[in-house]
Design a protein around this ligand. Structure first.
Ligand SMILES: Nc1ncnc2c1ncn2[C@@H]1O[C@H](COP(=O)(O)OP(=O)(O)OP(=O)(O)O)[C@@H](O)[C@H]1O
Ligand SMILES: [Mg+2]
Length: 226
């Protein structure tokens, strides 16, 4: 059995910046845990995923970007990378799961490696499809396995993990993130995104060391978010 001394986890890196408004809210994408961003279409989930990736590479780290729906658009990545675009292409492993089970295999293949950031955008893409056609219990077990592996990697490698999540409308006219229980348990920092008129908002729903409930406003710009 491997025993870790708390001191062995102190490597200097505490978080990966995403962009000022989100960093003010969460402290960036923290290492050693899973940060989840959930929200409706166009609320900024993929922008946040790409920004975390580019900033991690700028800090000299390698990134695994797990992309079930093609959200790692090179045009947008180039826009936010500026002069670092080549370096981003060299230091990002792009992986495209074709099913929920394939996503488990992909996550198994990246954990324990030298990735200081793993992104899954959105982690519930295939989960949602599975729910429609198969046993929901099995889909929850599979997603739980993936999150447990990601969480292990975060702690073992002092890495940040950013996952995004889709939402569904509840019967009261509001919305809920998918896989409420399994995501709610495994994500230690959770942020709810929203589109309000011409602005977007981010609300801190869960955090390990900050009071929750705070809301910040942000806009998406050509170079990132502000
Ligand atoms: N250069 C830019 N300037 C301003 N806004 C931009 C720019 N590039 C992208 N956007 C905006 O980003 C938004 C899309 O955000 P993003 O793809 O992060 O959303 P998402 O939450 O991932 O959505 P989905 O659930 O559909 O994947 C669009 O409204 C688009 O107009
Ligand atoms: Mg997206």
């Amino acid at each position: 059995m491997e025993i870790w001394k708390p001191k062995s986890r102190v490597h200097g890196l505490k978080s990966i910046p995403i962009g000022r408004p989100i960093d003010t809210l969460t402290g960036g994408a923290l290492t050693e845990l899973i940060t989840e961003f959930y929200g409706p279409p166009s609320s900024g989930k993929s922008n946040i995923s790409i920004l975390a990736t580019v900033n991690a590479v700028k800090s000299g780290f390698r990134v695994a970007f797990i992309d079930p729906e093609g959200s790692f658009h090179l045009g947008r990545v180039e826009q936010v990378s500026g002069d670092h675009f080549e370096k981003v292409l060299e230091n990002v492993s792009l992986l495209e799961p074709e099913s929920l089970e394939h996503q488990t295999q992909i996550i198994r293949s990246v954990i324990g490696r030298d990735y200081r950031l793993i992104v899954v955008d959105p982690i519930t893409y295939h989960y949602r499809l599975e729910l429609d056609r198969a046993n929901p219990e099995q889909a929850n077990i599979e997603l739980g396995k993936q999150l447990a592996m990601l969480s292990w990697h975060a702690r073992k490698k002092n890495a940040a993990v950013v996952v995004t999540n889709q939402i569904y409308s509840d019967f009261k006219g509001g919305y809920e993130p998918l896989a409420r229980e399994v995501m709610g348990y495994n994500a230690k920092v959770r942020v709810e995104l929203n589109v309000v008129g011409q602005y977007r908002t981010a609300k801190l729903v869960k955090h390990i060391s900050r009071q929750t409930g705070k809301i910040v406003r942000f806009t998406i710009t050509s170079s990132g978010i502000e």
